[in-house]
Design a protein around this ligand. Structure first.
Ligand SMILES: *Cc1c(COP(=O)(O)O)cnc(C)c1O
Length: 382
């Protein structure tokens, strides 16, 4: 049989066979104790049947040799970074990263003797400038949060090869449906599976996908740090990923329509969505992504009362996380980026009127109507 397609992998790859009852789905193996006559099997070694099965699915979705599933996105990210960085090493990181990743680096790397620099802007030269003799890793996140800036995957992979660095990407915002960084030469792909992979705002998980050689290093640290996901959640995540392709494609489609709608709305001053031709990185996004995701940010007019807008929404919920089947918004200035000074936020282009929008799979007309009535209400209350 020919190599199977992405959608088929979502449904079938890595399924644990029910050899006894022949059920159509994976049985759950909850055991934490296995016969020592068999093998060294133990959940913290990431090698129970459900873990191994789901790791295979993730690997197939990213076109990687191997995958590994973690208890959170941060468990995956911290384990991967610590697998390739030791005391005396240096890492170059993108300057606008997920807050938890920035905290890990800024608050803990000193204690491990690991040096770091943040790149100047998102161009290759902005990264290259910061590479030193002892640099070992280059770390990016694209599309970025919350302004959906795009970093050139092929160029970063090339830069890493030139300087013999390991390249890592946090690909959470894209999901494997919209972006497969390994095909551009990136070494290690990281996901907060809490977001699109889980997709229902009810599982906290993370994933790593890379080559067999790189995975040996990740695994060696992973089993000591102990960041595995429980079997029950593994099973639920497997079930969630069966619908990943159709969920995310619907989110892409809804987001494109809503971005265009918001762009034409008189109460909106800016829309940041890579699917819009007006987005500065649109051409690059088109080149390296299969779809433009369900994530965007937009700014409401300074004259509009932001709180009134949030309160007036009836369908779209104000929450901190993202990428569920339900549409949600968040205000970066008071949530994900609240620890920055107002000047620091302004430098990154994050104003108090900026709203991050995670588009769900509801009917697009209902979402449009909800946005419209809330904008109208906020206009009248200003
Ligand atoms: C949520 C998120 C993380 C962290 O994932 P957790 O599952 O919360 O640990 C990392 N990177 C990005 C881009 C995220 O959105």
């Amino acid at each position: 049989m020919k190599a199977k397609q992405f959608d088929t992998h979502c449904v079938h790859e890595g399924q644990v066979e029910d050899t006894i009852y022949k059920g159509a789905i994976s049985p759950i193996y909850m055991a934490t104790a296995y016969s020592y006559e068999e093998t060294d099997r133990y959940p913290r070694y990431f090698n129970t049947p459900n873990q191994v099965g789901l790791a295979k699915k993730i690997a197939a979705l990213e076109g990687a040799e191997e995958g590994l599933i973690f208890g959170s996105g941060m468990a995956a990210i911290s384990t991967a970074l610590l697998a390739f960085l030791k005391a005396g090493d240096h890492v170059v990181l993108q300057n606008d990263l997920y807050g938890g990743t920035t905290n890990l680096v800024v608050e803990h790397f000193n204690q491990y003797g690991i040096e770091y620099s943040f790149a100047e802007g998102l161009t290759v030269s902005g990264f290259e400038k910061k590479i030193k003799e002892n640099t070992k890793v280059i770390y990016i996140e694209t599309p970025s949060n919350p302004l959906m800036k795009i970093v050139d995957l092929a160029a970063i992979a090339q830069l890493a090869k030139k300087h013999q660095l390991v390249s890592m990407i946090d690909s959470t915002f894209a999901s494997p449906v919209n972006q497969n960084p390994i095909s551009f030469g990136i070494d290690i792909v990281l996901h907060s599976a809490t977001k699109y992979l889980g997709g229902h705002s009810d599982i906290l998980a993370g994933a790593v996908a890379c080559s067999k050689t790189h995975m040996q290093k990740v695994f060696a640290v992973a089993k000591s740090l102990g960041g595995n996901l429980s079997e029950l959640s593994i099973w639920l995540l497997e079930r969630s990923i069966k619908t990943l392709a159709i969920r995310v494609r619907q989110q892409n489609e809804n987001a494109q329509a809503l971005a265009e709608y918001l762009l034409s709305h008189p109460a909106i001053t800016a829309v940041y969505y890579p699917g819009l031709e007006s987005h500065p990185d649109h051409a690059l996004a088109k080149q390296q992504m299969h779809g433009f995701t369900g994530m965007m940010s937009f700014e409401i007019k300074p004259a509009l009362n932001r709180t009134a807008f949030e309160k007036a929404l009836q369908l779209i919920q104000p929450v901190v996380s993202l990428a569920g089947v339900e549409s949600t918004i968040t205000i970066p200035a008071i949530t994900s980026h609240k620890l920055l000074t107002p000047e620091g936020r302004a430098q990154q282009g994050i104003t108090d009127q900026l709203i991050r929008f995670s588009v769900g799979i509801e009917h697009v007309e209902d979402l449009k109507n909800d946005l419209n009535q809330a904008l109208e209400k906020a206009t009248h209350e200003s």
